[in-house]
Design a protein around this ligand. Structure first.
Ligand SMILES: Cc1cc2nc3c(=O)[nH]c(=O)nc-3n(C[C@H](O)[C@H](O)[C@H](O)COP(=O)(O)O)c2cc1C
Length: 337
């Protein structure tokens, strides 16, 4: 009789490798996937990969940390769906700022329906930059997304007055970024033909012309080939991820909140598009800080909405780096993998 491996007899290194593989689906700034997972027999380390940090567009590394935080949350969900609970130490080594987290198996745990739903969402989540439909997100759905984010960090849903302010700030940020030759060169690299294979954005996921949105979407500096309908995202909801501090640990946690919100949104058919330019330009960062009215520091703006059924299905998948470029299993004896 064939014996199927279960969580009970699978070795931690195998579960860690599977979790790191699932985390490869996480969203990241310009699809840079700025992470490296190092698997050990008894622990899993997450490192930042500074060679894939946007030095002009993200000099502080905020967007890199948000991306790595999203990958960390994806790995946590994959472990939970595999029947493991893990202890996570964030930025465990004061003298190694690139070691972002270490996960150690805590115990086996019953697999919940929620963990399975979120693990499935990891496989289908994507960024859809086309306008959303005229349908509003049901209140209960919005509450579920906010609750998921707030279990890991904080999410503030903007009022319509605040959305108008966000729109003009995003417009100003786009103009300032377009006028910065170093940011423009970085964008050209990550969206162009010379980009690292398996990373960056292919034309197929970029709208063929600017979309009609209340808050201007990111200008990628070139048209893509993704067909865009005539819709306007009037029914979209805008929100800000925020928190108490403005340092690496805060951004990492905010990335986990981003993943939690996005995976929950995916399970209920809500599309999410992050908008980071408005946070990275200092002048417009202050506008967002003002919009938060003392609640905290802004990390990322989000557009939420119901994908337009007229658009005939999701956009093509954005590619990913080869597993060997983002997961290092060399510390694990081969009989444990
Ligand atoms: C921190 C962060 C910032 C992002 N900023 C933007 C943005 O400003 N505009 C945009 O269209 N997508 C943005 N994205 C989405 C990424 O481009 C997307 O996740 C990546 O290309 C991978 O594609 P996928 O989400 O379809 O898997 C952002 C994602 C993250 C994690």
């Amino acid at each position: 009789m064939r014996h199927e491996a279960t969580a009970v007899d699978r070795l931690p290194a195998v579960a860690f490798t599977d979790a790191a593989t699932a985390a490869g689906n996480a969203p990241s700034i310009l699809n840079t996937q700025p992470w490296l997972w190092r698997v050990h027999p008894e622990r899993l380390d997450l490192f930042a990969t500074r060679s894939r940090q946007l030095t002009a567009g993200d000099p502080q590394g905020r967007q890199l940390m948000l991306s790595c935080g999203a990958a960390l949350h994806h790995a946590r969900i994959a472990l939970a769906a595999d029947g493991w609970s893990a202890h996570v130490a964030r930025l465990p080594e004061a003298n190694d700022p690139d070691l972002l987290a270490t996960l150690v198996m805590h115990d086996r745990t019953p697999v919940t329906m929620e963990a399975l739903r979120l693990a499935h969402a990891i496989r289908i989540r994507h960024t859809d930059r086309r306008p959303v439909s005229e349908r509003s997100i049901p209140e209960a759905g919005l509450r579920a997304i906010a609750a998921a984010a707030c279990a890991e960090g904080s999410l503030h849903i903007l009022s319509s007055d605040n959305v108008a302010d966000l729109g003009s700030a995003a417009g100003r940020a786009a103009t300032m970024e377009a006028g910065d030759p170093q940011i423009a060169a970085e964008l050209t690299y990550w969206t162009g033909r010379a980009r690292l294979s398996g990373a960056g954005l292919p034309d197929s996921v970029l709208p063929e012309h600017p979309t009609q949105t209340t808050v201007p979407s990111r200008d990628f500096g070139r048209p893509g080939t993704l067909p865009v309908g005539a819709g306007h995202d009037r029914a979209a909801v805008y929100a800000l991820l925020f928190g108490d501090g403005d340092g690496p640990q805060d951004w990492l946690r905010a990335g986990e909140a981003l993943s939690a919100a996005w995976l929950t949104a995916t399970t209920i058919g809500v599309s999410v598009v992050p908008l980071c330019g408005v946070v990275e330009v200092a002048a417009t960062w202050h506008t967002l800080r003002h919009l938060l009215a003392g609640l905290g520091h802004p990390y990322l703006a989000l557009r939420l909405g119901i994908a337009d059924p007229e658009q005939h299905g999701p956009p093509p998948r954005t590619p990913r780096l080869a597993v060997t470029q983002v997961i290092d299993t060399s510390a694990v004896p081969s009989d444990q993998l």
